[in-house]
Design a protein around this ligand. Structure first.
Ligand code: TYD
Length: 212
């Protein structure tokens, strides 16, 4: 019986988080692991409702405090309904975004206290704390180029402009440097296959533990 593994993918918009989370899930599943892949905000019926409220570009008037509370509420529901049960079954849980996004978007950039957000995150996660967060990071030019070729409609956050998104990417880098124990930087440039190789190299110690 294994004790489960909780990992999160993070990074500014357009770095390929969702693609790599899916690629890792498939890689692990092909090797016999049971994997649950969840996105934030969302991942539960309750969370998806909050997601549409908080990301709808036409809904204005949210401040960083309200956003942090909504994202945290969605996250708490995810912990209770999906993460804790999956970890209890010894599964691997992969998160597409996590509380680190709240620390960056609503904390470093939105102005809320990081100590306060850290405390909220610990309350929300309880014992289901991630073993590692992988920060996918791209040089600014490459990140913008990738965003331009994406055809998706922008959400309320992405529509805040290039300078905003650049400050987000920089805040992720600063938090990674401050929390190297938890957050590892992955160079997200190159082909998806090359990036997945880097991710697997980084996770070699943790995936071995799950196999043991
Ligand atoms: P997401 O759907 O992951 O966007 P993308 O696929 O474009 O990366 O997340 C939606 C937006 O929500 C994203 O711009 C970041 C923002 N966000 C926060 O501001 N705080 C949070 O805690 C989370 C989870 C997301």
């Amino acid at each position: 019986m294994t004790s489960g593994l909780l990992l999160a993918f993070e990074g500014a918009d357009g770095v390929g988080k969702s693609l790599q989370a899916l690629a890792l899930a498939e890689w692990l599943q092909a090797r016999g692991h049971v994997v649950t892949l969840l996105r934030e905000p969302g991942g539960t019926e309750f969370g998806e409702k909050l997601r549409s409220l908080v990301l709808d570009a036409s809904v204005t008037g949210h401040d960083a405090c309200l956003e942090a509370l909504l994202f945290s509420a969605s996250r708490r529901r995810l912990v209770l309904e999906k993460i804790e049960p999956a970890l209890g079954r010894g599964e691997i849980v992969l998160l597409d975004r996590s509380f680190l996004s709240t620390w960056v978007y609503q904390g470093c950039v939105g102005g809320l206290s990081l100590d306060f957000l850290d405390e909220v995150s610990r309350l929300v996660h309880g014992k289901a704390w991630p073993q590692r967060i992988l920060l996918l990071d791209l040089p600014e030019e490459e990140r913008q180029r990738r965003r331009e070729v994406r055809e998706e409609e922008e959400d309320g956050f992405e529509s805040r402009g290039a300078a905003y998104l650049e400050s987000i990417a920089e805040a992720f880098r600063q938090l990674q440097a401050a929390r190297e124990d938890l957050v590892h930087r992955i160079d997200a440039s190159g082909s998806p296959e090359v990036v997945l190789e880097r991710i697997l190299t980084d996770l070699a110690d943790l995936i071995f533990e799950v196999d043991a």
